[in-house]
Design a binder for this molecule. Sequence first.
Ligand SMILES: C[S@@+](CC[C@H](N)C(=O)[O-])C[C@H]1O[C@@H](n2cnc3c(N)ncnc32)[C@H](O)[C@@H]1O
Length: 293
Amino acid sequence: MAVKNVKVPNTEGFWDANASTYSMSNMTHAHEDSELIPIFETLDTMGQVYGMACIGPADGMREPISLLEHLHTKLPRELILNDISSEMLREARKNIVNTGWDKKISIITTVHNPIANVENLVSSIPCRNTTFCIGVYSADNMMDALKLYSENTDRLGCNFKLRTVIYNEKDHALEQIDEFEFNICEYMSVMDKISLLRITPNFYAFGVVTDKDFVSHYFDDKMLNSVLATIFKTHTVKTIKNVNNDKRYITNILKSNTTYGNNYVVTTLNNVLGNIKLNEQLLSLEKINMFFS
Ligand SMILES: C[S@@+](CC[C@H](N)C(=O)[O-])C[C@H]1O[C@@H](n2cnc3c(N)ncnc32)[C@H](O)[C@@H]1O
């Protein structure tokens, strides 16, 4: 029997290695406004926010810092930051201290672990009415994503594997059905193939993994909406697209079906969900729901 050697990408190592230069990368700030506008609008509809949790905050500049600046007079008393990368959490903590937010928030907890492996995340805020904000990249805009990656090979690597992922509704499972390799500098040569794969029945996402352990996924908005609705059963999912004409980004706002409890906001922005390894994606969402609903 042939044994295939499947290398598990070291995503923690990738993000650790990129932590000190993350803030100055052109990739970090591409399309920043369209990623934050729907979150600001959501915060504007809320009264006092009692707690906020940011899953995958990276350098912390967008979430929590931009969100705290926007909240202004409705600041949370609890802030939880969870990241797979201890170096990213170090950057986030440094930026929070440098901007003085550590003096304005009573409890700041950092949790270093992939969210799927976190067993207990105890919040000090009782009776939460949680709004989840989940921002991801769209599978309809692979061309622009690959172009940006071809300009950042020193960071991401050159050798890309691209896989097609479908959602098996019956078993509530994600399945990889196809994979091919290419050099990112030749991304134009795979665009026709990608267009064909995009119409696969039950398409959930395209996934890429590179020789530098960068993992990313690009989602079908309708399928992701239905997966989120399956997991976050006590919430209603609203999917927002094309903010500022940005076809790359999809924001999902999940509002609780009841109005009872203290306002709590959980963010996972700028494609954190996409950066999670495929085998941990559903479990990661289930954990986020379990900890904060
Ligand atoms: C593209 S950055 C997003 C940064 C930030 N949310 C923003 O809006 O700028 C992805 C972040 O997700 C983190 N991450 C990746 N996989 C993770 C996992 N399984 N659990 C928690 N964090 C993860 C990475 O370390 C990195 O900080």
